[in-house]
Design a protein around this ligand. Structure first.
Ligand code: PEP
Length: 240
């Protein structure tokens, strides 16, 4: 089964003004975007609905977080049920900034992933890459044995590459993506391993996206800083 190339833009806590938001929207609405790529942008909660309304329909919207309960006394949180009700089909879970700054453990990420799916939403430098990936994946896999994996996109993002300008080489990315696929094959099933999209994130830009995109196990990107710039369009079109 061929995997559709996926490019996600993680806007993080940006943009900071209505005019920046307008410029970004106009850029994406007017650009030629490869129609075979699934494009998803992830603004802060405040802009989820406005962006959904003004962006061209082919671009999907993702939240940057959600809680694992449906409703209740959880000040400052948002539930997967609420996201679904608002027509938001994706949510980014387990980002390293959430893990380090907001102390989210792999178990919490697993609970959130399970809750999001239930709502039908859709360290190489220290030599620890495989260990870290396995620990994080194991926690998710252990609560998702019966899940619909077609709704899951896995992002491999080496922490040392996020926002640093230091990108993994295409060989490093390919090796880790292949390891993740092998892990899925043994821990879930060969069919799930074959069909699940594994995307790379960490200082992707227009200069390095093409080489990464031709790696057999790189099925797209999660883009931070560059998703706020015109080069996001070049990244979406990396495989053209
Ligand atoms: C990210 O935050 O998911 C990310 C990949 O950021 P950047 O592209 O800026 O490294």
């Amino acid at each position: 089964m061929s995997r559709q190339f996926f490019v996600g833009g993680n806007f993080k806590m940006n943009p900071n003004s209505v005019s920046e938001k307008r410029a970004l929207t106009e850029l994406l609405n007017q650009a030629h975007l490869d129609p075979s790529v699934e494009v998803v942008v992830s603004p802060p909660f405040l802009y989820l609905i406005p962006l959904k309304e003004i962006l061209r329909k082919e671009i999907k919207i993702a939240a940057q977080n959600c809680y694992f309960k449906d409703s209740g006394a959880f000040t400052g949180e948002i539930s997967p049920v609420q996201l679904k009700d608002a027509g938001i089909p994706y949510v980014i879970l387990g980002h390293s900034e959430r893990r380090t700054l907001f102390h989210e453990t792999s178990e919490i990420v697993a609970q959130k992933t399970k809750a999001a799916l239930a709502s039908s939403l859709s360290q190489r430098e220290t030599g620890k890459t495989t260990e870290v990936c396995s620990e994080q994946l194991k926690a998710v896999v252990s609560v998702l044995s019966e899940a619909d994996w077609s709704k899951i996109v896995i992002a491999y993002e080496p922490v040392w590459a996020i926002g640093t300008g230091k990108v993994a080489t295409s060989t490093q990315a390919q090796e880790t993506h292949a390891d993740i696929r092998a892990y899925l094959s043994s821990a879930v099933s060969p069919a799930v391993a074959k069909s699940t999209r594994i995307i790379y994130g960490g200082s992707v830009n227009k200069g390095n996206c093409k080489e990464l995109s031709v790696q057999p196990d790189v099925d797209g990107f999660l883009v931070g800083g560059a998703s706020l710039k015109p080069e996001f369009v070049d990244i979406i079109n990396a495989t053209l």
